[in-house]
Structures are given as C-alpha cells and as structure tokens.
Design a protein around this ligand. Structure first.
Ligand code: 5RP
Length: 259
C-alpha cells in the first residue's frame, strides 16, 4: 500500500489583537471617508481625533482632497492641523460647518456624549453644534449604558473668579446622590503631566470634574439646564442629541450607526 500522505503542518494565526490605539485609528479613518473636497470641517481634539487629522493631512498632500478648510476645536488641534497641512479657518468666516469629526469619553445608547477629558469641551460644542453633520469616532470601550457611569469625570468649564463658590453650587445640585463628588481639575491630573495648579482651558477658564458613582440618573436635558443656570458656569461636557453618527471600532470590526 502507498505510504500515508503526511498531513500539512497546521497554520497558526499569530496576528496580534488590535490595540485600543489601532481601534481609534480604524474609527478615525472610516469617518474621514466621509470628507469631500470643498468641505468645511470641524477638527476634533484628543487621541482619536488626532488620527483623523493625520489622515486628512495625508489626503490633502496626495491631492485626493482639495479646497478643504478645518476649524480646530483647541489650540492643540490647531498646531497639529497646521503641522499636517490642513488649511484653517474659523466660525466667523464659516458659520456653518459641513462635517465635524471628534472623539468622546462616553457614548450612551441614545448617542448622548460626555466629552472634555482633554478640556476642549467649549470650543468643541460651539463648532460641533454649528455642524450639518457631527460624526463621533470611538473604540468600543467608550460605549456605556448611562452617561457618567464609567468612573470618568463629567467636566464643567467655570470662570476662575470665585470658582470654589461655583463648585459649591454644582455640589448642591447633586446633594444626596450616592457617591457623587465634585473636584477642581488640576494640571497634574489632567493627563498632560502638569503641576498642582488648576488646569486652565484654552479660554482661560477652570474645569470642575463631576463624578457619579452609578452614572447620571434623571432627565439629562433638565440636569443640563440646571447646570447651565448656575452663574459662573460657562459650559458642561454633556453633548445631548448632537451626534449625527457614531463610528465604533471593536475587535470584531467597525460599526457605523446613523441617528
Ligand atoms: C477632548 C475630548 C476628546 O474627544 C475625548 O476626551 C476623547 O479623547 P480620546 O480620543 O483621546 O480618547 O472631548 O476635550
């Protein structure tokens, strides 16, 4: 009888699982597919949005994208966009933005967001609120059942004058909420390796971080109004009903959900 054929060696898949940064890049690149020549773009802030800036810059340099202008949501993004060759503008010159692309800290099932871990929530909300389409780019870890539930802060931008008083008024809004806390954001804890001085936003303001142990309970629009009615509060990091689409990159692929 002929000798039995030797079975082929097993092929072992060794591809590493994508890192969180890979997923952020994948989400960003998918969103940049929506960018067309001639568009006015809102340019987000953060590590996910940074991948979108790199990609837009690359497409401009290749000549694939022409005549786009970007409106940066922070000084950091302004510097990054300039470095990669994205022409810049502002809301004076372009009061209507065609498409904004930005990351988020949390996304709930209704696409309400918490943003502002990077401290850029005010400019982000102005520019993204002026956009015909606002596409949020996240890795799957950002999806939460309830805003404020991931242990990260919900930031509130406040004017520096008597900030402790404003913090006290914010605290009293959530009196009795189990596990609630409010703290001034310090430069040292803001992720930029700063010192113990207050973190200062691009607008010269401070940030009060609100912490909710079990997430924010209640009517978010009502809570938003109550926060904004406190004199001394400039803006908060809940972006309610603003996202048009969410691009979610996960280990099993990318999902684009339109509202
Ligand atoms: C900055 C933001 C960022 O979009 C948000 O913090 C997400 O950041 P990252 O993409 O680095 O996770 O709102 O103010």
């Amino acid at each position: 009888a002929p000798p039995a054929a030797t079975p082929p060696a097993a092929v072992v898949e060794t591809a590493a699982a994508p890192s969180q940064d890979d997923l952020k890049r994948i989400a960003a690149h998918r969103a940049v597919e929506l960018v067309q020549s001639g568009m006015v773009l809102g340019l987000g802030t953060g590590s996910t949005a940074a991948h979108a800036l790199d990609r837009i810059g690359e497409l401009i340099r290749r000549g694939t994208l022409r005549d786009v202008v970007g409106i940066p949501t922070s000084k950091k993004t302004e510097a990054h966009a300039t470095a990669v060759g994205i022409p810049l503008s502002d809301l004076h010159a372009h009061p209507v933005v065609d498409l904004s692309i930005d990351g988020a800290d949390e996304v709930d099932p209704s696409f309400n967001l918490v943003k502002g871990r990077g401290g850029s929530l005010l400019r982000e909300k102005m520019i993204e609120g002026a956009s015909r389409r606002f596409v949020v780019i996240v890795d799957e870890t950002k999806m939460v059942p309830r805003l404020g539930g991931s242990g990260l802060a919900v930031p509130v931008e406040v004017i520096p004058f008597c900030w402790g008083h404003t913090l006290g008024r914010l605290r009293s809004l959530f009196d009795g909420e189990p596990g609630f806390d409010a703290k001034l954001r310090r430069a040292a804890t803001a992720g930029d390796g700063g010192n113990d001085e207050p973190f200062v936003t691009d607008n010269g303001n401070y940030i009060v971080n609100l912490y909710f142990e079990n997430g924010i309970h209640g009517d978010l629009d009502l809570i938003s109004d109550k926060i904004l009615r406190i004199t001394g509060v400039v803006e908060h990091g809940m972006f309610l009903g603003m996202a048009s689409s969410v691009v979610i990159a996960g280990k099993d692929g990318v999902t684009v959900v339109d509202k």
